[in-house]
Design a protein around this ligand. Structure first.
Ligand code: HEM
Length: 177
C-alpha cells in the first residue's frame, strides 16, 4: 500500500503533464530503482519529496500547491482501493475524526510497515473539528489535500486552515461552510 503513494503520484504527473514530464522528473530525481515501485511495496519517503521538488522546478508550481493537489487526488484513489473505509452515512467531520481511531488503525493492520500520522483531536462538534496533525513526515499540505478530496467525495463544503504549533505539530481547523 505504501508504494501506492508513489504509483498514484506518477499517474497524476502523467495525466496532468504528460509522459515526457514524468520521465524527466524521474530522471532528475535519481530514484533508487528508477521509480519502479510496486503498489504494495515500500519506498523511502524522502524520494517523494525529491520528486515533488523536481516537478515544482519544471512546472513553476510551488511545492505546497503540488502536494495539496496530489492529496486531493490521492483521497479518491485510496477510497477506491480500500472501499471498506467508505462510509457515506456519516458527516465529513466525523469521517475525518474516525481516521485516527479507525481507518489508519485498520490500514496499519493491513500494512504493518505503513508510516501513518497521528491526529490528536482537540475539539469536535457538528460545525467544526480541531486537531493536531503529528507526523514524522510532516506534510500538512498533503493532509489538507486529502481533506479537500474527502470534502469532494462527501459533497460537503469545508474551510480548512492549518498553522504550526510551537511544539512541532500542526493545528488543523476544519469548518463546515
Ligand atoms: C481526510 C482523511 C485523511 C487524512 C487527512 C489522512 C492523512 C494522511 C497523511 C497526511 C498521510 C501521510 C503520512 C504522514 O503524514 O505521516 C497518510 C498516509 C496514508 N493514509 Fe491517510 N488520511 C486520510 C484518510 C485515509 C483513508 C480513507 C485511507 C484508506 C482508505 C488512508 C490510508 C493511508 C495510507 C495507506 C497511507 C500511506 C502510509 C505509508 O505511506 O506508509 N488514509 N494519511
Amino acid at each position: 500500500m505504501r508504494g501506492m503513494v508513489f504509483t498514484e503520484l506518477f499517474e497524476l504527473i502523467e495525466e496532468k503533464f504528460g509522459y515526457d514530464m514524468l520521465d524527466g522528473v524521474i530522471e532528475a530525481s535519481n530514484l533508487e530503482n528508477d521509480g519502479a515501485y510496486a503498489a504494495t511495496g515500500s519506498y523511502p519517503f524522502e524520494e517523494l519529496v525529491t520528486i515533488v521538488t523536481n516537478l515544482s522546478q519544471k512546472t513553476d508550481i510551488p511545492v505546497p500547491q503540488l502536494l495539496e493537489v496530489y492529496g486531493e487526488y490521492l483521497f479518491g484513489r485510496l477510497i477506491k482501493a480500500l472501499p471498506q473505509f467508505n462510509n457515506p452515512d456519516i458527516s465529513l467531520l466525523k469521517f475525518i475524526e474516525s481516521v485516527e481511531d479507525h481507518i489508519h488503525v485498520q490500514v496499519k493492520k493491513l500494512y504493518p510497515d505503513a508510516e501513518l500520522p497521528t491526529f490528536e483531536i482537540i475539539s469536535s462538534n457538528d460545525d467544526e473539528l480541531k486537531f493536531n496533525y503529528v507526523s514524522k513526515k510532516n506534510i500538512p499540505n498533503l493532509a489538507k489535500g486529502l481533506i479537500k478530496g474527502a470534502s469532494t467525495h462527501f459533497n460537503q463544503n469545508v474551510e480548512i486552515e492549518f498553522e504550526p504549533t510551537n511544539d512541532g505539530k500542526t493545528l488543523f481547523t476544519v469548518k463546515r461552510i
